[in-house]
Design a protein around this ligand. Structure first.
Ligand SMILES: *Cc1c(COP(=O)(O)O)cnc(C)c1O
Length: 376
């Protein structure tokens, strides 16, 4: 064992061990009873704990669990909540894989899902009172078109109906929204995106306010095998250190870029919740703090125009994720929403000319110079 004396590392140590040594059976029992220490990394390990504690505090939760991906944290939330025969209500504008999870995977276990426009409250309230869903799943800002439901209203509606509100806060990050503080029951995030922040980890996070849920979801996570690796947790903890400065810079770049794009010939539509023409601008201005985030979309004439943009602006890589330090673009129709039906994409107005931009924290002048090349 390294002898650190009275010193301590300033940077978090990385504990790669998959298993721990325990002095005796009494010590083992003490750990199982909730005392300090670790046994087996799939159940718990120091790097997941350190990261989860910081994220839970940031989200205003009393507990948090790190999972191996954003989808793993969604699966943990759902599998921890529902049973055979239950009904889930979900937004009809979700990350594509989430829609697939609800629509095809859970159906095999006789858990039904109904999709609703969560930005139109009255019909949703009526359906909820009639159908009594076990949970409602929404995104703070939907992927890709940044629709922002009135979370406060949804909180009240779910309380009334005895329904658990689960919020995917990936696009907003705790920098712009803390759903638990607004009254949501559970919040999840893909740490793969803005919080990891450097496109080099795959992790997710689940948190809640009710401390008594921790044991239950810890068990769900370990039994189904949703835990994340120590190295990824260690990297994400490092990413989290700069979330605030990165998001400030990226959101400021995004706000300026949205205005700039709206004035460019050849750009038929710009979608950003900070723009007054966004359908949810008023709600977003009330709900979000410190700006409107780093995600926006713009529309070109069609698929060929998108290809030309990609070829001419290699400095803005086509890279179908989000939250990188530098600006990247994606094409929802071919990537995140590829598995939605053409009708479903049309309903959401995810067209073949739509480009989603994850704005980074690079110098704004550099970003615009590259954008100009793409639009030339
Ligand atoms: C990426 C993403 C997920 C899934 O996260 P992974 O870490 O890729 O599993 C879930 N929800 C949203 C909104 C996302 O953007």
């Amino acid at each position: 064992m390294t002898n650190l004396g009275s010193t301590a590392p300033l940077a978090s140590p990385l504990y790669t061990s998959a298993v721990y040594t325990i002095p005796d059976l009494d010590a083992l029992d003490a750990i199982y009873a909730g005392g300090p220490g670790y046994i087996y990394a799939r159940d718990a390990h120091p790097n997941a704990h350190a990261l989860a504690a910081k994220l839970a505090a940031l989200q205003g939760g009393t507990w948090g669990l790190v999972c191996g991906s954003g989808m793993a944290s969604l699966s943990a939330a759902i599998l921890g909540l529902v049973s055979q025969g239950d009904l889930i209500f979900a937004s009809d504008r979700l990350y594509g894989r989430t829609t697939q999870l609800l629509r095809s995977e859970l159906q095999r276990f006789n858990v039904a899902a109904e999709f609703h426009d969560v930005c139109v409250l009255d019909p949703l309230r009526a359906a909820m009172e009639k159908r009594k869903p076990k949970m409602l799943l929404v995104e703070t800002m939907s992927n890709p078109l940044c629709r922002v439901p009135d979370l406060r209203a949804l909180v009240g509606m779910c309380r009334q109906a005895g329904c658990t509100l689960v919020v995917d806060n990936t696009f907003a990050t705790p920098q712009h929204c803390k759903p638990l503080e607004l009254g949501a029951d559970l919040v999840m995030e893909s740490l793969t995106k803005m919080i990891g922040g450097h496109s080099d980890v795959t992790l997710g996070f689940l948190a809640g306010k009710d401390r008594s849920q921790l044991e239950h979801f810890t068990k769900t996570m370990s039994i189904w095998g949703f835990s994340g690796s120590p190295f990824d947790c260690w990297m994400a903890e490092r990413g989290l250190e700069t979330l605030d400065v990165r998001m400030r810079a990226a959101s400021s770049n995004a706000a300026k870029l949205a205005e700039w794009l709206a004035a460019q010939p050849g750009v038929s539509r710009v979608v950003y919740p900070g723009l007054v023409n966004h359908p949810d601008h008023t709600i977003a201005a009330k709900l979000l703090t410190g700006g409107f985030g780093n995600m926006l979309c713009f529309e070109l004439a069609g698929r060929d125009a998108v290809n030309r943009f990609m070829q001419r602006a290699p400095g803005i890589p086509f890279s179908p994720s989000l939250g990188h330090t530098r600006t990247t673009i994606s094409h929802p129709a071919s990537t995140s929403h590829r598995h939605d039906s053409p009708e479903d994409r049309a309903r959401q107005s995810i067209t073949d000319g739509l480009i989603r931009v994850s704005v980074g924290c690079e110098d704004y002048g550099e970003l615009i110079a590259e954008m100009r090349k793409g639009l030339a």
